[in-house]
Design a protein around this ligand. Structure first.
Ligand code: RB5
Length: 145
C-alpha cells in the first residue's frame, strides 16, 4: 500500500519510527515533512499528506502531532478525507468498519510507540463493512443537508 506520512515538529521522531515500521511491513511511504525538528505549523504538513490521499496518489495517510488532534482537524477539512484521531484500538477499528477512515492521526505526546504500532496495524488490517455505512459516508460530503 502507498502511504502518505506527515507530522509537525512534535511528531518528528515519532514519524521516523512509524515510517520504519511501515517500510518493514512492506508498504511504500511518501513523506510530506516536516523537514526537521524546528517549530512549524501542523496544518501545512497535514494538509499536504491529506491532499495526496484525496487525489488518490496515496491510498492511506498517517499523521502525527503532539496530540494527533490538531493535524487531524486540518486533514478532515478536505472533502473525502476521513481521518481518525487514534485514541484507542476500538475507535480505530470502528473507524475502519463504519467510517472507512483513510487517514489516522497519532499523538506523539499521548500514545506510546508500541501502542502506536498496534493502532496502525488495526487501521491497516480492518476492512470497511460497506452497506448502510456507505450511505452515511456519502452524506458527510452532501451539500444539500
Ligand atoms: C505543538 O506544540 C502542538 O500544539 C501540536 O503538535 C499539536 O498537538 C496540536 O494539536
Amino acid at each position: 500500500m502507498k502511504i502518505a506520512v506527515a507530522s509537525d515538529h512534535a511528531g518528528y521522531d515519532y514519524r521516523q519510527m512509524l515510517k520504519e515500521y511501515l517500510l518493514s511491513l512492506g508498504h511504500e511511504v511518501e513523506d510530506f515533512g516536516c523537514p526537521d525538528k524546528s517549530s512549524c505549523d501542523y496544518p501545512t504538513f497535514g494538509r499536504r499528506a491529506a491532499r495526496a490521499v484525496q487525489s488518490g496518489e496515496c491510498e492511506r495517510g498517517v499523521l502525527v502531532c503532539g496530540t494527533g488532534f490538531g493535524i487531524s482537524l486540518s486533514a478532515n477539512r478536505l472533502e473525502g478525507i476521513r481521518c481518525v484521531n487514534a485514541t484507542d484500538a476500538l475507535t480505530v477499528r470502528l473507524s475502519r468498519l463504519h467510517n472507512n477512515s483513510n487517514m489516522i492521526s497519532l499523538g506523539a505526546r499521548v500514545i506510546g510507540e508500541e501502542e502506536a504500532k498496534f493502532l496502525l496495524d488495526t487501521f491497516l488490517q480492518t476492512p470497511f463493512e460497506g452497506g448502510r455505512h456507505a450511505r452515511r459516508i456519502a452524506l458527510i460530503d452532501d451539500k444539500t443537508i
